[in-house]
Write a protein that binds this ligand. Structure first.
Ligand code: FE2
Length: 377
C-alpha cells in the first residue's frame, strides 16, 4: 500500500522567530537485521560502533546499534518481535531511513514553532535521563513515513541516548575511519516536491537554494525535477526530488514503487580526500555506479584544471563538476539493499556549493543502465 501524504501549511503564521538548528544529530535506519547492517557500515564504510541497546540492556522489543565517523552518526534499529511498528515499517519499505534527527537548542520552542506552522507531530516533547544526564526530544513528520526528531543533547554526556550502553572504544588511531567527515546533504524522493519545499520553507524556516527542471536533467528515458532547501547557516541541505515525465519509468518512480512511497533516496557524505576514501570503499567491497570511460574525455574539456590526477578519477570512477565558485568531486554507490532505494554519494568540495548538476546526465545514464538490468526501464 502506498501512503501519500502532503503537509498542510495553509494558514501557518508568517516567519517571526528564527528556527535554529545545530545540524544533523543522527540518521536512524529501520532495517531487517540491525546487527548485520552495523557490521556492513563498520567494515565497508569504516564507521566505529559506539553504543548499543537491546535485550542485554533491558530493551525487549528491538535492538539498536549506533556508529560514528567524523561528525556522522548513524543508528540501525530492528524489531525483534513480530507485531511492532518497526517490523511493519520494514515489511512495507524494506531497509530505509526512519529519522533524520536535527539538533536544536530548545526542543520545546522548536516543537511549538513547527507545530504552530503546520507540522504534524510524530511524538510529543519528552525527556530521557540516566546517570550521564538528560536529553530532550520531540518528533515531527516529513515526507512519507520519515520523521525529524528535534533533539537537545547539551545536558548529556553519555554515548548516545539514555538506555544505550557505550561500547568499548578502539585506540584513537584505530578509529580513524576512511575520511568521511559529515553529512553534506540528505535527498528525499517525493510524489510532489512543492508541498515539501513549502513545508521546509514555512515550517522550518529553510530557504530554496537552487532548482533543476526536467529540461536540465532529461535523458531519453527518464527525468526528474529537484529543488534544494537549506537552513539559515547552510549546514543542513535537503534536496527534494519528484518524477518528471519521461518516455519510460523514471528512477524516482522506480524508487517510489519499491519503497512504497516517499522517503530518503541518498545521503551524501563529505570527505577531504575522495580518491583515498573511494579507494578504501572499493577495497572493502562497496559497489559504485560505473562511469563510462568516455565521460572523462568530455569532463577534462568541460571542467578544466583540477588538483587531482585525471588518471585517479578514471581509476576510481569519481565524477567532477565545476561552477562559478569552484568544483566538486562526487561518486554514487549502488543501492545498499535489495530494493532499488537508498544509496550513498561520496562528495568532496573544492569551492563549489552545488550538487553536481553537470553530472546529472552522466549519472542518470549510469543509473538507467542499472535499471535496464533489473527490467524496470
Ligand atoms: Fe546528492
Amino acid at each position: 500500500m502506498t501512503r501519500t501524504t502532503t503537509p498542510d501549511t495553509k494558514g501557518a503564521p508568517e516567519m517571526s522567530e528564527t528556527f535554529d538548528l545545530n545540524g544533523i544529530d543522527y540518521v536512524e535506519f529501520w532495517v531487517g537485521n540491525a546487527r548485520q547492517s552495523a557490521y556492513f557500515y563498520e567494515h565497508a564504510f569504516g564507521f566505529t560502533p559506539v553504543a548499543y541497546c537491546g535485550p542485554e540492556t533491558g530493551i525487549r522489543d528491538r535492538a539498536s546499534y549506533v556508529l560514528e565517523q567524523g561528525e556522522i552518526r548513524f543508528v540501525f534499529t530492528s524489531a525483534i518481535v513480530p507485531d511492532h511498528p518497526i517490523a511493519e515499517h520494514h515489511a512495507l519499505h524494506g531497509d530505509g531511513v526512519h529519522d533524520v534527527a536535527l539538533g536544536v537548542p530548545d526542543v520545546d520552542a522548536a516543537w511549538a514553532i513547527a507545530t504552530s506552522r503546520g507540522a504534524t507531530g510524530a511524538y510529543e516533547p519528552r525527556s530521557a535521563s540516566d546517570d550521564d544526564g538528560q536529553v530532550r526530544l520531540a518528533g515531527i513528520n516529513t515526507y512519507g513515513e520519515t520523521i525529524h526528531t528535534l533533539i537537545d543533547r547539551s545536558g548529556y554526556d553519555g554515548a548516545f541516548l539514555p538506555g544505550y550502553e557505550a561500547l568499548p572504544q578502539p585506540a584513537a588511531g584505530e578509529r580513524a575511519g576512511i575520511g568521511l567527515r559529515f553529512v553534506d546533504h540528505v535527498v528525499g524522493n517525493t510524489e510532489d516536491m512543492n508541498p515539501w519545499v513549502d513545508f521546509y520553507e514555512r515550517v522550518l524556516g529553510f530557504s530554496e537554494l537552487a532548482h533543476f527542471t526536467d529540461s536540465d536533467i532529461t535523458t531519453e528515458y527518464s527525468a526528474l525535477m529537484s529543488k534544494v532547501v537549506q537552513n539559515g547557516d547552510g549546514r543542513v541541505k535537503f534536496p527534494i526530488n519528484e518524477p518528471a515525465t519521461g518516455k519510460r519509468k523514471s528512477q524516482i518512480e522506480e524508487y517510489l514503487e519499491a519503497y512504497r512511497g516517499a522517503g530518503v533516496q541518498h545521503i551524501a557524505l563529505l570527505t577531504d580526500d575522495i580518491i583515498r576514501t573511494v579507494d578504501e570503499l572499493h577495497r572493502r567491497g562497496v559497489r559504485f555506479l560505473e562511469t563510462p570511460d568516455s565521460y572523462y574525455d568530455a569532463a577534462e574539456e568541460r571542467v578544466g584544471q583540477i588538483d587531482e590526477q585525471w588518471a585517479d578519477l578514471r581509476r576510481t570512477g569519481v565524477l567532477v563538476d565545476r561552477d562559478d565558485e569552484g568544483y566538486l568531486l562526487q561518486i554514487f554507490t549502488k543501492p545498499v539493499q535489495d530494493r532499488p532505494t537508498v544509496f550513498y554519494e561520496i562528495i568532496q568540495r573544492k569551492g563549489s556549493r552545488g550538487f553536481g548538476e553537470g553530472n546529472f546526465k552522466a549519472l542518470f545514464e549510469a543509473i538507467e543502465r542499472e535499471q535496464a538490468l533489473r527490467g524496470n526501464l
